[in-house]
Design a protein around this ligand. Structure first.
Ligand code: PEP
Length: 249
């Protein structure tokens, strides 16, 4: 039985005060959630959030990391630093990183390896653009993206990772994949992993991300292969985030 997960990707939003307020609002409304709850603040707010969540069920993730552990890499943040700061998870290969910061499958695979080497669990993002969906190559794109990490690190590495299926056309657009559309891709991902290792596939959590909100979360998460959500915009409001957590629980 896979535990559901709801992860909030705050992206480049907030201040020290708003981060504190958001965590305090989430903590106040958390009612022994059965889903695993993760927040992913910007790097600079990680220490503040780590302090605020201490003693609660909320877990901490970063939104990105460097593929190197230490050295002359100005402006980068390493896996050992994230671990040292209390992160358990790290979002990798988000489509915004792929599209705006040139992260190729190869870079994503290197970061995936570095995260695992540092005992950080990757929340590894994959997803097709609108153009790719319209060309009917969604499955080719998804297969290429997941194969990049399986080929580099082996299927067994997925035992310590979470996959987030995030159709690029649904991120921040208010257009959500229908439960059927999302389920079809999630089932494809699980089957691709199952072709290599049925046990790993069965325990692998696959989150949906892309304009998930309190109104659509329950129907999406009710699908057999959708194990929770990676939430952007709706994770910035405690009430909305809590409603999604409750929908998952
Ligand atoms: C995301 O960026 O991971 C995301 C799912 O964003 P949103 O919920 O705002 O579409």
């Amino acid at each position: 039985m896979r535990q559901k997960m709801v992860a909030g990707n705050w992206k480049m939003n907030g201040t020290t005060n708003s981060a504190r307020e958001l965590i305090s609002g989430i903590k106040a409304g958390l009612d022994g959630p059965s889903a695993e709850v993760v927040v992913c603040p910007p790097f600079v707010y990680i220490p503040t959030v780590a302090t605020e969540i201490a003693g609660s069920a909320i877990k901490l993730a970063a939104q990105n990391m460097c593929d190197k552990d230490v050295g002359a890499f100005t402006g980068e943040i390493s896996g050992p630093m994230l671990k040292d700061s209390g992160c358990e998870y790290v979002i990798l290969a988000h489509s915004e990183r792929r599209a705006m910061f040139g992260e190729t499958d190869e870079v994503a695979a290197r970061k995936y390896a570095a995260a695992l080497n540092n005992n950080l669990k990757p929340i590894f993002c994959i997803g097709e653009t609108l153009g790719e969906r319209e060309q009917d190559i969604t499955e080719d794109v998804i297969a290429r993206q997941i194969d990049a990490i399986i080929n580099a690190e082996g299927v067994a590495s997925l035992a310590n990772a979470v996959i987030a299926y995030e159709p690029v056309w649904a991120i921040g657009t208010g257009k959500t994949a229908t439960p059927d559309q999302a389920q079809n891709v999630h089932a494809f991902i699980r089957q691709r992993v199952a072709n290599l290792d049925a046990g790993i596939a069965e325990s692998l959590r696959i989150l949906y991300g892309g304009s998930m909100n309190p109104g659509n979360a329950a129907d999406l998460i009710a699908q057999p292969d959708i194990d929770g959500g990676l939430i952007g915009g709706a994770s910035l409001k405690a009430d909305d985030f809590l409603a999604i957590i409750n929908a998952a629980g």
